[in-house]
Design a protein around this ligand. Structure first.
Ligand code: HEM
Length: 186
């Protein structure tokens, strides 16, 4: 394990890459998802389609990264939590981190299933990264699509809530407890 400050055990370089790549991709996927509804489709939908393509490729990359990270993480436990952290906060941190893994996997899966159920699989204009057509695996079903889209929307708000809590925890560790937690990840 790498150490960033004396007495503080940091995350490994690969763990840091996983963390910051995921953060960047999610911070791009969330706003592109929220704004799509406000993009006009008057220009034959060219601009709207570009947003769908970008959003869906960002989201699917989050899924691939989250799965790779989960598999890697099973064999590489994180460094111990800072000494002296109250038991309740330790439990809250662990619980939130586990929930985040779940959400990072569930959210793109819901989005992917919803696009298929709407009858717009990742083909052609919305191929993965503009290059890879993904197989269509279900017939269009508006009722199911609406339900999946509703859950995907809820997932977006939950992820936003997680980001706010996560940033709150960083401030708590860095400015109040001053236990070097942020330095473990940079
Ligand atoms: C971490 C990954 C993802 C995040 C954080 C995310 C987030 C969001 C958010 C916040 C919205 C707006 C929901 C609302 O209007 O209330 C949205 C919409 C949408 N997302 Fe995602 N999404 C992700 C992955 C995906 C994936 C992988 C796909 C499809 C392959 C997808 C397809 C869609 C579609 C079709 C919409 C609806 C846009 C519309 O017509 O309004 N998303 N997403």
């Amino acid at each position: 394990m790498s150490t960033t400050v004396p007495g503080v055990t940091g995350y490994t370089p690969l763990a840091k890459w996983f963390h910051w790549l995921t953060a960047g991709l999610v911070l791009a996927a969330l706003p592109t998802g929220f704004v799509i509804a406000f993009i006009s489709d008057k220009d034959d939908g060219i601009h709207k389609m570009a947003f769908y393509a970008l959003h869906e490729s960002l989201g699917l990359t989050v899924l691939l990264l989250a799965l790779a990270r989960l598999v890697w993480r099973l064999g590489h436990p994180p460094p111990p939590q800072p000494a002296g952290l109250p038991r309740g906060l330790q439990r809250a941190a662990t619980g939130l981190h586990h929930a985040a893994y779940g959400l990072l996997i569930l959210q793109p899966v819901l989005g992917f299933l919803a696009t298929n159920a709407w009858g717009f699989p990742m083909h052609g204009q919305t191929a993965y990264l503009g290059l890879i057509d993904l197989p269509k695996f279900m017939a269009a079903n508006e009722g199911l699509a609406g339900a999946l889209q509703g859950l995907h929307s809820l997932g977006g708000w939950l992820l936003l809530g997680f980001i706010v809590l996560h940033l709150g925890a960083v401030v708590l560790h860095q400015a109040i407890r001053r236990d070097g937690t942020l330095l473990r990840m940079i």
